[in-house]
Design a protein around this ligand. Sequence first.
Ligand SMILES: Nc1ncnc2c1ncn2[C@@H]1O[C@H](COP(=O)(O)OP(=O)(O)OP(=O)(O)O)[C@@H](O)[C@H]1O
Ligand SMILES: Nc1ccn([C@@H]2O[C@H](COP(=O)(O)O)[C@@H](O)[C@H]2O)c(=O)n1
Length: 218
Amino acid sequence: MIIAIDGPAASGKGTLARRLAGHLKLPHLDTGLLYRATARALIEHGHDLADRAAAVSAARSLALTNFDETLLRGREMAEAASVVAAIPEVRAALIDMQRSFARRPGGAVLDGRDIGTVICPEADCKIFVTASDEARATRRALELRGRGEKVDYAAVVEDIRKRDERDSSRSTAPLKPATDAVMLDTTKLDVEGAFRAALAIVETVPEQQLTSQTIAST
Ligand SMILES: Nc1ncnc2c1ncn2[C@@H]1O[C@H](COP(=O)(O)OP(=O)(O)OP(=O)(O)O)[C@@H](O)[C@H]1O
Ligand SMILES: Nc1ccn([C@@H]2O[C@H](COP(=O)(O)O)[C@@H](O)[C@H]2O)c(=O)n1
């Protein structure tokens, strides 16, 4: 079973995807880490974020096992990731890796911006997670403060709006719901409530469809 979870910044899609994957005993890939790791490699080696050749080379060098999340989370890398993610050649360099992950026997849960639209248009279940700008900024500010970053709420609102705008307006694989995605607004849901609501959506996938997917992928 392939589950595609997309949505804007800090909507809670990563938290939800991890939780669903744990519950369903499926592997999980947070695809944002691929763009964050690409951006970090560029910065580390002194390249400009707009250096396409260096960005593609950094993307091609990634392996799914080498992410140090403590270095990749945070405001600076989120913004940088969104800049490199707008380069079509970078996106192309990362497609096969994501599809191979998704198409492993038994399936997987992937979260990102283009999973339901581009990476896994065949996914059995697609959920587009949203929440109000205010709810998202409050959650992100809490998270960043918890990690010791000094953040101002207004700056966090500005960050997520700017990032959503860039992610939604890029020419390749923009952030948008797949036409067959189920929308899940988590503004008024806590983590547990969002998980329960998402699980109810997953459970609407017909049993027969899940069985044929499993057979096809073994
Ligand atoms: N329903 C919820 N209610 C309250 N807090 C939540 C909820 N879902 C997630 N959070 C918290 O909000 C923060 C952002 O969640 P998460 O990292 O899952 O979002 P995301 O959509 O994956 O963000 P990004 O795309 O920017 O990486 C985390 O600190 C998480 O614990
Ligand atoms: N499928 C994806 C996933 C991420 N991005 C870009 O990476 C940035 C960081 O992603 P997070 O989920 O870790 O916040 C994000 O703003 C996007 O620009 C993407 O394009 N496609």
